[in-house]
Design a protein around this ligand. Sequence first.
Ligand code: SF4
Length: 291
Amino acid sequence: MISYEQPLYRPPCEAGSLIIQVTLGCPHNRCTFCGMYKMKKYQVRDAEEVKADLRKARIIYSYVESIFLADGNTIAMNSEKLAEIIAYARELFPETKRVSSYGGGRFLKGKSPEALKRLAEAGLDTIYFGLETGDDYILNKVNKGVTSSEMVKAALKVKEAGIVLSVYILLGLGGERFWRQHAENTAIALNQMQPNYIRPRTLYLLPGTPLHEEKQRGEFEEASGETIMRELRLMLEMLEVEESYFLSDHVSNYIPVYGLLPRDKGKMLEMIDQALSEPDRYLAPRILTHL
Ligand code: SF4
C-alpha cells in the first residue's frame, strides 16, 4: 500500500494523477482563510520512504499520465533532495507527461534561479502557485507571509526556469469592503506574472479558521455572490496577458468561466453579465460540504 496521511489535497485538475506525499502539511500554515493542514505538523518525508511509495505505485499502475507531489508547499524542501525524488519518479514512470507540486511565493522567493532550473531539469513541469490576491493590505491581513511584489518576482523566476506557472487566485478574499482593490491589484500582479494558467477559487469560510472567527465577531463581511461577480468582471477587464488559460475549475466558484485570454475575454465577460442579470439563478448562496 502506498502510504497516505490524511487529509490529502490536490488541485482539481490533478484528479487523475498519481499522488505521492513528499512532504506532510504546510510549512507556513498561518493563512487565516485556510484550514487545509491545520491538523498536521509540517515535515519532509524520508526520501527512501517516498521512493518506496513510488515503486509500489509502479507495481499497481501500468500507466501513469501525471504525478502530483503533495502536500502543501512541497517546493519549500531542499531543492536538491526534491530534484532527486523527481528524477527517480521520472525514471520509474517514463510515460508520465507531467510532474507537478504546490509552491508558494513565501518559499519560492528564497530559491535561486539555479535551484529552480535544477528542478525543471529533473522533470518538474508545473508549479501551482497561490497568489490569492495581489493586494498587499489583504495579503498582510490574511497572514500570507509574502508581499505582492515578492510573489511577482518568485513567479517570474518559475517561468524563467521553464516551469509552467499555474496561479490560484481567491475571489472574495477582500470581503465586501475591499473587493475593488482586490480585483485591481490582483489583475496588476497577474499582468506582471503572465501566468500560463489562472485558476480562480472562491472564498468559502471554513469553521475553525481565523477568518471564519473574524466573521463571527463581525470583523469580516463576506462578499455576496453579486460582489464576487463584479470583482471577477473588473479583474478580467483589467487583465492584459499575452496567452493565459483562465480556468474556473474549482467547486467553490459560482459559475464556470473558462477561456483562453485574451482571445475569449469578450465571451467570458458576457457570461459574468448573464449571471449578474439573473442573480437568483446563478448567484444563490453556496452550500459546500467538502472542499
Ligand atoms: S493557503 Fe497555502 S500557504 Fe497558506 S496555510 Fe494554506 S497551504 Fe499553507
